[in-house]
Write a protein that binds this ligand. Structure first.
Ligand SMILES: *Cc1c(COP(=O)(O)O)cnc(C)c1O
Ligand code: SF4
Length: 349
């Protein structure tokens, strides 16, 4: 991968994008209006990963005038996190796990983000809010897993991450911690020795990488992933299905194979949430199912994530499996194979 051009600071305005040749001067006034509604940020590493204006990396970060089209079904809180708020920053939707938004800042601002209305508003969760969240977790022993999210947790300093993980490690009922992050890909230099040392502060930490296209997996990103696996951290990935960016079986097969080569297990492919101004990114569910069916017959099972919908309103995630199984009579099924042929299958009598 050529890394011809790498600015030393993040691009955070339409003027920056125009200066870099990523937006046309004539589009600037419309894009300024988008930027006022939804923050702009493109990290130096992702600028370097853009090969041409309008390519699959650029489209994820460069604003588009279509973002000002807010459709009636789109929601400020698309997955209903606020309906299950147990404390500020803490969402408790499923009995055994919580998500804790430890910061609202990110290294990039993605145009399709389901938290786009709040990302970047403030920085780290305040100490009183963090203390309240940890107290809730400690007095709720059903919570076995704490998922750190944001914003992007790895945009915090190693010192702060180590402190949070150390406090979580002191709660005996918390068995595992998961961090959802885009940092190893969008700001790989942050995954340095201090960061891997900080991540060791919890004995059972899993990291879920957010990545949407193989073009994001630069040499620097793959080196950051290698540092994480060398530190013994198991890696999963989540991808958002995005029209015009990765909505083909071939593009996703390339991404998922590249992830497996980097020792990252594809975990979720998210149907694009109903965030405001994102309809130009959204495929239909039937299109997503057709892509998954094409992948099933074509690539290693290790490469295949679950295609999921976060049901709007806070009702949770469900797999959008295309229908492989039909129950004909109780215990008797018709199973469809990847080529579409039908087979009978029966449970033991
Ligand atoms: C997505 C999510 C989780 C994690 O779900 P998994 O299926 O375990 O990955 C937990 N809590 C909330 C509120 C979520 O949105
Ligand atoms: S929370 Fe994740 S998807 Fe949203 S802007 Fe930040 S990095 Fe992008």
């Amino acid at each position: 991968m050529t890394q011809a051009h790498r600015p030393s600071r993040a691009l955070t305005s339409v003027a920056d994008l125009v200066a870099e040749g990523l937006a046309a001067p004539a589009d600037a006034p419309a894009l300024e209006a988008v930027g006022e509604a939804f923050r702009i940020r493109l990290s130096p590493a992702m600028r370097a990963a853009v090969d041409a204006s309008g390519d699959p990396v650029a489209r994820q970060f460069v604003p588009d005038a279509r973002e000002l089209t807010i459709r009636p079904e789109e929601l400020a809180d698309p997955i209903g996190d606020d309906t299950h708020l147990a404390a500020p920053g803490l969402t408790h939707r499923y009995p055994d796990r919580v998500i804790l938004a430890v910061t609202k800042a990110c290294e990039v601002y993605c145009r399709f983000c389901f938290r786009r209305e709040t990302v970047g508003e403030t920085g780290p969760l305040s100490e009183p809010d963090l203390a309240a969240a940890l107290a809730y977790i400690a007095r709720t022993p059903a919570i076995r897993e704490v998922i750190l999210t944001g914003g992007d947790p790895l945009s915090l300093s190693p010192r702060r991450i180590e402190a949070i993980l150390t406090r979580l490690a002191a709660i005996p009922t918390v068995e595992t911690v998961r961090i959802h992050s885009r940092v190893p890909v969008v700001a790989p230099d942050r995954i340095d020795a201090a960061m891997t040392k900080a991540l060791a502060a919890h004995p059972c930490l899993w990291l879920v990488l957010h990545t949407n296209h193989a073009q994001e997996l630069t040499d620097a990103a793959r080196a950051a992933l290698a540092r994480l696996t060398a530190a013994g951290i198991p890696l999963l990935s989540q991808t958002v299905l995005l029209k015009g960016i990765n909505d083909s079986a071939e593009t996703l097969a390339n991404l998922f194979r590249a992830l497996i080569r980097a020792k990252v297990k594809p975990y979720y492919l998210h149907h694009c949430d109903l965030a405001p101004g994102t309809s130009h990114f959204r495929t239909t569910i039937v299109e997503g199912q057709a892509i998954m069916a094409a992948l099933r017959g074509r690539i290693s099972g290790t490469c295949i994530p679950a295609y999921v919908l976060d049901i709007p309103g806070g009702f949770g995630k469900v797999p959008l499996t295309s229908d492989y199984l039909t129950e004909i009579t109780p215990g008797h099924y018709r199973v469809r194979d990847p080529q579409g042929r039908l087979h009978d299958y029966a449970d033991p009598a």
